[in-house]
Structure formats: structure tokens, C-alpha cells
Design a protein around this ligand. Structure first.
Ligand code: F6R
Length: 242
């Protein structure tokens, strides 16, 4: 496990974008596993900036996102499909045919998850997986207690995650979808490199627990201690307890 200390959010974003950019430069046809949420927005903005300056080319890159809400239409402003298009895909030269997210519009959970697993296997697995971390240690939507050996599956979101995400749904918990399709921990652990971004005081406790505490399904991110190529880029506040 490698920990990179950044001064603040902007510095964290630039350092994370540098690692992603290095991956794309070294292997232009790489598979990037991507995350949504507030934390990676700055890294995506930095990548867009470098793309505009001609420093990075996404034309051969394939992407697989971590997760998607079940039951939200793609075009819903809070779907992860919309998030990724708004923050990255619409702003760079990525081939739309190479963009993959779980199909939240497929009501058949088993079918949706099996198809997503097939896609991940068909593209040859993930070269670099970007992650954020939830306050309860979730990665993707793998909540505490999830088995480490799962691939893509349907999850019930915890009350804590629904509460944390209501800010994207007019502050109304009733509007937050209650289920999601998520890559499982097994898929994340099979990524050749894993890069986590974390910022702010609110993440300090869980960062300490996940990476300096026992490896346990109760803290899903703790399994990353066992990953052979895991890098955490955090700002001063998120890393303040370690
Ligand atoms: C996003 C995802 C989640 C977030 C986590 C942290 O695709 O899978 O695990 O990474 O909830 O979210 P933020 O960055 O908003 O604190």
C-alpha cells in the first residue's frame, strides 16, 4: 500500500489525475475502472484540462464504471451514466462504444449483473480502478458485511448511504434509489492497480480504520490492504489520523 499525501483537494485531484494519465500514456488501450461521487470530480476536471492541452488521448481507452443506481433512467441527472458524461465522457475523445456502466434500466438484476461481469471479462479485466470511500468504508456500493468474493451484484443501499446521497436528490431521502448494481470486491481486487482518492475531515476516521485496522468485511475497503498495487491519495484532512 502506498500513501500519497496531498495538501488539499486541488493537489489530491492533480496527483490522482497524474496517475490516471500515466496509465493512459503507458497503455493507450487500457481499461479504466471509474468512480462517481464528489471526490473524483476534481481529478476528472484535471484530465479534461490536460486533454484540451493535447497531453492525453482517450481514443483507445475502455471504461467500466463501478456502479449504477437500479431503476433510474440513464438520462436522469443523478444517474451515474449522466454523472460520467457530464464530468468526463462528453469532454474528451473517448469512443462511446468503449464506455460501460451497469445497466440500471434493466429490472432483471441477475441478467444485468451477469451481462456486466461478461463485459469486464471480455475487455480483459481492469488495468486501473479508481475508487472513493464511503464513511462506513464502502467501495463501489459494497456495504459493510458484503462477501469479499462477489462480482457484480445488486445491493440494498444502507440508510447511511441513502442519507449521504440525498444531497444529490433535492435533499429528499425518498427520492434516492434504494438499490444499485455494483461491481463486487472480487472484481475490484482483480484490477491490476487500484487508486483511491479521499479528502476532508469526514473521511479521516474511516481511512484510519480501513488501512490501519483489521481486514474485515465490516469495513469493505480494508481488503485493499491485501492488494499488490494499491495507492491512496488523500488530502491533509483525510490523512490527519494516520
Ligand atoms: C461511486 C461509489 C462510491 C463513492 C463513495 C464516496 O461510484 O461507488 O463508493 O466512491 O460513496 O463518495 P464521495 O466521493 O461522494 O464521498
Amino acid at each position: 500500500m502506498k500513501i500519497i499525501r496531498a495538501k488539499d483537494y486541488a493537489d489530491m485531484s492533480r496527483k490522482a489525475a497524474n496517475i490516471i494519465s500515466a496509465q493512459v500514456i503507458m497503455k493507450p488501450n487500457c481499461v479504466l475502472g471509474l468512480a462517481t461521487g464528489g471526490t473524483p470530480v476534481g481529478a476528472y476536471a484535471q484530465l479534461v484540462d490536460w486533454y484540451n492541452k493535447g497531453d492525453i488521448d482517450f481514443s483507445e481507452v475502455t471504461t467500466v464504471n463501478l456502479d449504477e443506481y437500479r431503476g433510474l433512467p440513464k438520462e436522469h441527472p443523478e444517474s451515474y451514466w449522466s454523472f460520467m458524461h457530464k464530468n468526463l465522457f462528453d469532454k474528451v475523445n473517448i469512443d462511446p462504444a468503449k464506455i460501460n456502466l451497469p445497466d440500471g434500466t434493466n429490472p432483471d438484476a441477475e441478467d444485468a449483473c451477469a451481462k456486466y461481469n461478461q463485459i469486464i471479462h471480455a475487455v480483459g479485466g481492469i488495468d486501473l480502478q479508481l475508487l472513493g470511500i464511503g464513511h462506513d468504508g464502502h467501495i463501489g456500493f459494497n456495504e459493510p458485511g458484503e462477501a469479499f468474493e462477489l462480482e457484480t451484484h445488486c445491493v440494498d443501499l444502507t440508510a447511511e448511504t441513502i442519507e449521504a446521497n440525498k444531497r444529490f436528490f433535492d435533499g429528499n431521502v425518498n427520492l434516492v434509489p434504494k438499490q444499485a448494481y455494483t461491481m463486487g470486491i472480487k472484481t475490484i481486487m482483480q484490477a491490476r492497480k487500484v487508486l483511491m482518492v479521499a479528502n476532508g475531515k469526514g473521511k479521516a476516521e474511516i481511512i484510519k480504520k480501513a488501512f490501519f485496522g483489521p481486514v474485515t468485511p465490516e469495513v469493505p475497503a480494508s481488503i485493499l490492504q491485501m492488494h499488490p498495487d494499491f495507492t491512496l491519495v488523500g488530502d491533509e484532512e483525510a490523512l490527519s489520523l494516520i
